[in-house]
Design a binder for this molecule. Structure first.
Ligand SMILES: [Zn+2]
Length: 431
């Protein structure tokens, strides 16, 4: 019996090493083309369902070509490509969604709603299986959809390259296959306001690249501007009864929160991006009204100008690009986003369930846990400070004040900086 077990283990080991080998070989499985998959996520606070909507393809794959079957961060959902037997993982990526955030709102307890979600994956050369999974705050899979894709399927819409919107590089560090492509999308800029958009993009890029560690990693990024004019100038502010026809149809007051600026029109957003190298999306809203929002591997949206605008842009980019969590909290917050006994996947928070996997190695010797804030070196002195992720109890952050905590913090804290550096190295194959 034991011998059979050994043989089985040997076979399993061989299988997994061959799986790794195959998965690393981009050209074996994928064409230099992008497959855009549009899904609908629907449900209530209790239920979830995933539906496939539309498929589209265009030339060029601008995402990762190595670490294909690995995730840098777990996210709140994953999209996985396997061969038809399900044994070889050929590609994986993770993300978070507005839908899952909405599921924790009061509204979700009384009405079912649907949300659009789109993903870009490399175009497979042969039939493969796709699995989309959504997890809950307890890290359990709450729903998933498995479906087969055939590259010869005539109903995969082919994007006409002539219809790709005009775009240009604000900063080109190198070929899009080797660099991380960040795309600026204009929201609420009319045709005649494109000059203002370009100026706002330059300021936003400078804000990001002025922050550590982006300053030293600048040559890993391309920044691209796409010109998609809106019919109306400015964005929708529902609490003021103002609704506008804009490029991605965003609005403030998301989930009835004044400053939460998001869009639910993901198809509209991806229609703008079809044919353009894109790995991370920055939507700049033509307004000086305070607000923004950022969702990991999804998009970020921010007011292009106005109060604390430079801080907000960098903070939201921390969410959307690097998957960093909010380090702020409310004393009167009763909802639990980070339950005890579950270690958050975000690198800048801990529930002390698996602190070894976080910044324990960066903690100065003899630092008490929890660390009592003393008001000294508030941006750099690493500790384990209680309060973070909207909760005043049970969740801990690395410093007293970080860019992911307040708009006044001058930089990301050392823990956030390390997380960003690791992610950039993963995406550019230097980890
Ligand atoms: Zn931080």
């Amino acid at each position: 019996m034991k011998r059979y077990l050994q043989l089985f283990l040997l076979a399993a080991a061989l299988l997994s090493s061959s799986a790794k080998c195959l998965a690393q070989d981009f050209d074996r499985w994928f064409s230099d083309a992008t497959l855009r998959l549009d899904y609908t996520f629907a449900g209530t606070s209790e239920t979830q369902a995933i539906y496939l909507d539309r498929m589209k393809t265009y030339d060029g794959w601008h995402g990762k070509r190595h670490n294909m079957n690995r995730l840098p961060l777990q996210g709140n959902g994953t999209i996985t490509i396997t061969d038809l037997t399900g044994t070889d993982t050929l590609y994986r990526n993770s993300f978070s969604t507005l839908f899952q955030e909405w599921q924790s709102t009061e509204e979700a307890t009384r009405v079912a709603k649907s949300f659009e979600s789109s993903f870009l994956i490399p175009m497979p050369k042969e039939d493969v299986q796709i699995t989309v999974e959504l997890t809950n705050i307890h890290n359990h899979t709450k729903s998933y959809l498995k479906h087969r894709i055939s590259p010869s399927d005539i109903l995969i819409c082919k994007h006409n390259a002539k219809e790709t919107l005009p775009y240009r590089y604000l900063k080109k560090s190198g070929d899009s296959k080797e660099k991380i492509d960040i795309v600026f999308v204009p929201e609420g800029y009319t045709e005649s306001e494109m000059k203002q958009f370009r100026k706002d993009c330059e300021n936003s890029m400078a804000s990001i690249l002025n922050h550590k560690p982006f300053d030293t990693l600048a040559d890993k990024f391309n920044f691209i501007i796409v010109e998609a004019p809106s019919e109306h100038s400015g964005v929708s502010i529902p609490r003021q009864g103002e609704w506008k026809n804009t490029a991605v149809g965003s609005n403030f007051d998301t989930f009835y929160s004044n400053r939460y600026l998001t869009t639910s029109n993901i198809r509209k957003l991806y229609d703008i991006l079809d044919g353009i190298p894109c790995e991370s999306i920055i939507i700049l809203a033509n307004t000086d009204e305070y607000g923004g929002g950022g969702i990991y591997n999804n998009y970020m949206l921010s007011a292009a100008r106005g109060r604390d605008n430079k801080s907000v842009i960098v903070h939201e980019f921390g969410h959307s690009f690097a998957g960093l969590a909010d380090e702020y909290f409310y004393d009167d917050q009763y909802e639990t986003y980070y339950p005890a006994g579950i270690e958050p996947w975000e690198q800048n928070l801990t529930t002390l369930t698996d602190f070894d996997s976080k910044w324990k190695d960066m903690l100065p010797a003899d630092t008490p846990i929890p660390t009592i804030p003393d008001g000294k070196d508030i941006h750099t002195k690493i500790g384990v400070y209680e309060g973070g992720g909207y909760q005043s109890k049970g969740v801990y952050r690395p410093v007293q004040d970080c860019r992911m905590h307040t708009n006044k913090a001058p930089d990301f804290c050392p823990v956030c900086q390390r997380a960003i550096t690791r992610l950039v190295n993963f995406l550019t194959d230097e980890d």
